[in-house]
Design a protein around this ligand. Structure first.
Ligand SMILES: Cc1cc2nc3c(=O)[nH]c(=O)nc-3n(C[C@H](O)[C@H](O)[C@H](O)COP(=O)(O)OP(=O)(O)OC[C@H]3O[C@@H](n4cnc5c(N)ncnc54)[C@H](O)[C@@H]3O)c2cc1C
Length: 378
């Protein structure tokens, strides 16, 4: 707050953050007849969404066997079903709004013998649980990977375009360059203090991604920043392997690659420093990320390191168990949050948006995504 006179707006709901989740929440509420204002610190899709590599992958990193071992079979299956719901909602919405999205399928690739076993087991478990997945101890890319698992229903999407299209599709007021600085209880509603603007509203939905704890420190109980980056490189000159016809990911989902329409390669990585190193400190995430991506590129895409034409990096919100989180602040009635989508956030965006709206309007629990959940960890 800078002490100058600001306009005071009034609306039903303020959405903090114009990423894909904020856009989905705002569009849905506006279609239901509510007066909605989106306050965005940067520009629309200025956070993780605008930097997304566009891979629409079902589930969570770690492969399905990890989820089964971590949460138990029933919960893992229910989580995958939720992410399928999110993937399908996103695909349908992109097609309806004329946004570039394609169901290419995806390919998980193993880089160690241990990961080969995990992929084989994951494909079996997925099929037993009713999801499509095929495993082969082959490397369709001929780049030195040890095995592959194909999931036919994944795809690619332009997440930034989808966010802009969603906001344009409904009567939503969007204020960009308007960082929210504080939230305050006021009567039965909330007063939102933002850069050069104050809004009085009935409720707030926080969809500020990995930045949310900066605005509301109590949210660090659930969500903390993770880091992601990618580079775009021209493939080597001369006879080369064919373009990747689908997005690929490897090393349990922490490195990824796809071909772009101009023939360039997008190569990326993301990390969430869950545990400190033996010295007790968290390693510098940028250093870890860059080192991981360099190793990946040198080993599996040799020759492209010198051909990088673009770099992008950003912050994602991550939860300790890897599952997105939907909840309400107990000390500030009327403030809800939908956060923690992590590095595979796109397949979760619409599910998370729907659950937070249902929680706010109907008092419905978000089930497995609920902040007060007790996911069984085996
Ligand atoms: C480099 C990179 C590559 C990625 N690639 C993929 C991928 O290929 N596939 C995939 O599924 N996921 C990917 N992700 C993750 C995915 O992009 C995110 O999970 C998803 O976009 C999160 O959406 P969101 O709306 O929750 O957050 P965001 O898109 O981060 O939106 C939050 C918004 O809130 C705004 N904000 C923050 N604080 C305030 C404040 N105080 N006031 C007002 N506004 C505020 C921010 O500016 C931002 O625009 C990637 C992420 C990155 C960074």
């Amino acid at each position: 707050m800078d002490g100058t006179e600001h306009p005071v707006d009034v609306c039903d709901v303020v959405v903090v953050g114009a990423g894909i989740v904020g856009a989905a929440v705002a569009a849905r509420l506006a279609r239901q007849g509510m007066r909605v204002a989106v306050l965005e610190a940067q520009q629309v899709a200025g956070g993780a969404t605008g930097r997304s590599a566009g891979l629409l992958l079902t589930g969570m990193p770690g492969h399905y066997r990890w989820a089964v071992q971590s949460f138990g079979r029933e919960t893992a299956r229910a989580l995958w079903e939720l992410s399928v719901e999110g993937r399908e909602r996103l695909m349908e919405t992109a097609i309806r709004l004329g946004v570039s999205a394609e169901r290419t399928g995806s390919m998980a690739l193993a880089v160690t013998e241990e990961e080969v076993d995990v992929l084989r087991a994951s494909a079996e478990l997925l099929r037993e649980d009713g999801f499509e997945a095929w495993f082969g101890k082959t490397d369709p890319l001929q780049r030195g990977f040890l095995a592959a698992m194909r999931c036919p229903d994944d795809g690619v999407v332009d997440a930034a375009d989808l966010t802009r299209a969603l906001l344009a599709s409904a009567p939503v007021i969007v204020h960009t360059g308007t960082e929210v600085q504080a939230l305050e209880a006021e009567g039965a509603g909330v007063r939102v203090w933002a850069y050069r603007r104050t809004v009085r509203c009935g409720a707030v939905v926080m969809t500020a991604g990995g930045y949310a704890p900066t605005l509301e420190p109590s949210l660090s109980r659930w969500v903390n920043p993770g880091h992601a980056l990618w580079v775009v490189a021209r493939p080597q000159a001369g006879p080369d392997r064919p373009a990747l016809g689908f997005p690929c990911y490897t090393d349990y989902g922490y490195e990824y690659a796809r071909s772009l329409s101009d023939g360039c390669l997008l190569l990326g990585a993301w990390r969430y420093p869950r545990r400190p190193s033996s010295s007790g400190n968290f390693p510098d995430p940028d250093t870890v990320l860059r080192a991981g991506l360099s190793r990946f590129v040198r080993r599996y895409f040799p020759g492209v390191e010198g051909n990088v034409i673009r770099r992008e990096s950003g912050t994602v919100g991550c939860t300790p168990d890897g599952v997105p989180v939907v909840g309400a602040l107990s000390h500030l009635p009327g403030v809800y949050f939908a956060l923690g989508l992590g590095g595979w956030g796109l397949c979760w965006a619409f599910v998370v948006a729907d659950r937070v709206v249902e929680m706010m309007l109907d008092g419905v629990s978000a089930g497995l995504l609920d902040a007060e959940r007790r996911i069984r960890t085996v």
